[in-house]
Write a protein that binds this ligand. Structure first.
Ligand code: OAD
Length: 233
């Protein structure tokens, strides 16, 4: 990275949590090999078989509470604390490992540890199960669903993300396959506004050619190394 950096946007995906023991989606043995996306990650799938969908997210919600942040999450939390410029951390992940490392991510695809009321749209921190149909703490309707963004739904806070992409001078993508839009298009958006772009991923992502620089390896090693570089230049 050449010129001095004052404004960074970071996008993370499932790869950053892989070394904590959370399955990614598209790697061999990943979640989308074990489950059909249409069944567990669409509003239509939920309408068809709510129990199946609630069970899927109840299991993931329980699993996420059994794992710990890894060195990549800790390094980004350190960057958030120590970087003197602007920094926005956007995650596609629905786990809370960035928070538990001490960072404040924007969860564009929602959060496992949150329940969304389909009636009043209130969001509640939720650590237990939803399959038994508990009432919404705000309106009492038995209409709580996982607060995760499904295919065909609008990700959270897109206006804020696009504003940040338009003014950043460095965009960094970490541990994401670049297969799902709109997140997969962030690199082109940032580049179009003149930002440098860097990818840190186990292997070249689908959009790897869009990045000025790609480093391949495990997030637990690449991210602390890169954060060290940013904080010493
Ligand atoms: P994917 O499973 O599509 O991609 C994970 C990426 O992480 C792959 O490119 C892997 O090579 C890489 N990876 C795996 N282990 C890694 C490691 N230890 N260090 C670094 N990289 C590693 O996951 P996402 O790109 O996050 O959305 O998926 C995007 C969205 O698709 C998810 O948010 C989810 C999913 O469907 C919704 O459900 C709406």
């Amino acid at each position: 990275m050449s010129r001095s950096i004052e404004n960074i946007v970071i996008l993370t995906g499932a790869g950053i949590s892989a070394e904590s023991g959370i399955d990614t989606f598209r790697d061999a043995g990943g979640l989308w090999e074990q489950h059909r996306v249409e069944d567990v990650a669409t509003p239509e799938g939920f309408a068809r078989d709510p129990e199946l969908v609630q069970r899927f997210y109840d299991m993931r919600r329980a699993a996420v509470q059994e794992v710990e942040p890894n060195p990549a999450h800790h390094a980004l939390a350190r960057l958030e604390r120590e970087f003197p410029g602007e920094l926005l951390l956007v995650t596609q992940n629905v786990d809370d490992l960035h928070e538990r490392a001490g960072a404040s991510p924007l969860h564009m695809h929602g959060e496992l540890l949150s329940a969304l009321c389909a009636i009043c749209e209130a969001r509640h921190r939720w650590t237990g199960t939803l399959i038994e149909g508990p009432p919404c703490p705000a309106c009492a309707a038995k209409a709580l669903r996982p607060d995760v963004v499904w295919f065909g739904e609008m990700p959270y806070q897109m206006d804020r993300i696009y504003r940040a992409l338009a003014s950043c001078d460095l965009f960094v993508s970490i541990g994401t396959s670049g297969a799902v839009y709109p997140a997969a298009g962030f690199v082109q958006e940032a580049k179009g506004h003149g930002a440098q772009t860097l990818e840190l991923n186990l292997e070249p992502s689908e959009g790897s050619h869009w990045f000025d620089e790609s480093r391949h390896g495990r997030a637990g090693e690449l991210v602390p190394e890169w954060v060290g570089e940013v904080l010493t230049t």
